[in-house]
Design a binder for this molecule. Structure first.
Ligand SMILES: Nc1ncnc2c1ncn2[C@@H]1O[C@H](COP(=O)(O)OP(=O)(O)OP(=O)(O)O)[C@@H](O)[C@H]1O
Ligand SMILES: [Mg+2]
Length: 298
């Protein structure tokens, strides 16, 4: 049975960040404990009802990709055992499959996005300007069309309440320097290209995805945070893909569709979600995990 956790509670550990989904504890200057909760955010608002097992699925799918891509780009996982750092009395089974001990890195201050298809803000920017993050694209592309090759389309990390903004590569160079900017672009495209091929063989299109990178004290680059999850990526079932329409997605489409039927202003607090929508959303996460990673959650 998957466990359910809305908020972690680990007395004695130093909680440094409660994000929309994950709780981050500092174990030392060098290591973090990152706990994926079952919180679900939609339209940037955390909903009051957890999706049972979602945090476990997110953590397991990230771990799967980190393992599979370590030959391409080093990642933040230490491989250390979570049970060893939990305070006395904590329920280890609640944390075991949803937590990781990572290197504590200095975040590179951009969202490293790779796109293989033209959708979302990429499609909007292309319609307005014919370009995307300063990259000229062929004329006449349609919504959801596959790009001639995957592209690196960075964005700013917006403060809470703001929306991320697409930026050009030159802006990344200004922010982090040419050398690191080149490394981040190369790493982003290398992981995306590998993963997109892997997923395509399993009937899933990874339309786009967002990575976060960090550097250690020596300036070495690692991929960190979460990786290629339904929260950080657009996964499309290949058999439902059509150019010209926005394809149905794994992940939050289910709950978004429900929320669109409500008279809700998309501001906090979010509405309660009915049990069938919660179960349907959990099933979508489980399906992504099963199809991509071959991991069954019972
Ligand atoms: N290895 C790492 N070293 C340092 N910080 C990390 C590492 N891995 C992840 N992080 C940071 O931990 C946080 C994870 O929290 P989470 O993603 O839930 O919230 P958030 O990104 O702050 O906000 P949002 O809810 O918009 O995602 C992020 O700020 C991420 O940048
Ligand atoms: Mg985040």
């Amino acid at each position: 049975m998957p466990t359910t956790l809305l908020e972690s509670n680990l007395p004695g550990l130093d909680l440094i960040h409660r994000g929309k989904v994950r709780d981050v504890y500092a174990l030392s200057d060098a290591e973090l404990l990152i706990v994926a909760s079952d919180r679900l955010s939609a339209f940037d608002v955390v909903l009051p009802d957890p999706i049972p097992g979602k945090g476990e699925m997110l953590c397991q799918i990230s771990n799967f990709w980190f393992g599979r891509t370590a030959h391409l780009v080093p990642n933040h996982l230490t491989g250390k055992n979570v049970a060893d750092v939990l305070p006395a009395g904590a329920d280890a089974s609640l944390y075991a499959r949803r937590s990781v001990i990572t290197k504590r890195l200095k975040p590179v201050p951009v969202e490293a996005i790779a796109r293989g298809y033209l959708i979302g803000s990429g499609w909007k920017d292309y319609q307005a300007t014919g370009q995307l993050c300063g990259i000229a694209l062929p004329a006449g592309l349609r919504q959801a069309e596959r790009l001639p090759q995957p592209i690196f389309t960075p964005s700013t990390k917006a403060a809470v309440g703001d929306h991320d903004e697409n930026i050009g590569f030159d802006r990344v160079v200004e922010l982090v320097g040419a050398d690191l900017a080149e490394q981040v672009r190369a790493a982003t495209l290398a992981i995306y290209t590998w993963a997109a091929t892997f997923a395509a063989e399993r009937g899933i299109i990874i339309a786009d995805t967002k990575f976060e990178f960090g550097t250690d004290a020596d300036g070495k680059l690692y991929v960190m945070d979460e990786m290629l999850t339904p929260d950080s990526s657009r996964f499309w079932p290949a058999d439902e893909y059509r150019v010209g329409i926005s394809p149905p997605s794994y992940d939050k489409q289910f709950v978004r569709d429900y929320l669109e039927t409500l008279d809700w202003n998309k501001k906090a607090p979010g509405p309660r979600v009915p049990a069938d929508v919660i179960a349907g959303t959990a099933a979508k996460y489980a399906e992504a995990l099963r199809r991509l990673a071959g991991i069954a959650i019972d």
